[in-house]
Write a protein that binds this ligand. Structure first.
Ligand code: COA
Length: 154
């Protein structure tokens, strides 16, 4: 079998601005959340009302990443009643992945949670999505073992 040289990762360094999300960012975030990796059969992506509520909520944690003034990624979650920050969604436009934007968003989320004296970030990711699982593992996240996911189509 012929060996193929591994292609080096070709990335142009981009300048990224990470800031708190505003109402004007909602539709772009919805579009980004329609990423193939975030959709499953029979499930809809997030809707406008959900993002609006999260932005309004005192417990909401919501950041966007901009490149040249355009939003290319976001992270959204919230403080739970305990010391836990629940990370609902993180997504980066597929054309901008692999350049540290996800890293920057996740760090902003964690920093914000730490500042509010939260001690744990909890999140759900599709187990078969290797890129995402790798991303979280590389950031120190480990699969839990104390709860089991139960589902029922209704
Ligand atoms: C998970 C996700 C947000 C990561 O975003 P990202 O911007 O690609 O993340 P990063 O660039 O920070 O890290 C990804 C990889 O790029 C590498 N990288 C970071 N900075 C880099 C740079 N300047 N140049 C090249 N590579 C870089 C990272 O080391 C990492 O590589 P590795 O896989 O070898 O460790 C993105 O893949 C995504 O949107 N996935 C779909 C949505 C999803 O599944 N979300 C999670 C469930 S909520």
């Amino acid at each position: 079998m012929a060996k193929r040289a591994l292609q080096p990762k070709l990335t142009v360094p981009v300048e990224v601005n990470i800031r708190r999300a505003t109402r004007r960012d909602r539709r772009t975030c919805i579009r980004l959340a329609r990423a193939r990796e975030l959709t499953a059969p029979g499930r809809r992506g997030p809707e406008l009302w959900w993002i609006t509520d999260l932005l309004r909520a005192a417990a909401g944690i919501f950041f966007v990443a901009e490149v040249s003034g355009k939003i290319v990624g976001f992270v959204a979650g919230e403080r739970l009643a305990s010391s836990v920050a629940l990370l609902h969604l993180i997504a980066v436009d597929s054309r901008f992945r692999g350049q540290g934007i996800g890293d920057g968003l996740l760090r902003s989320f964690e920093r914000h949670a730490r500042q509010r004296r939260l001690t744990v970030v909890l999140l759900y990711a599709y187990a078969l999505n290797r890129q995402t699982v790798h991303f979280f593992r590389a950031h120190g996240y480990r699969p839990g073992s104390t709860v089991r996911e139960f589902q029922k189509a209704i």
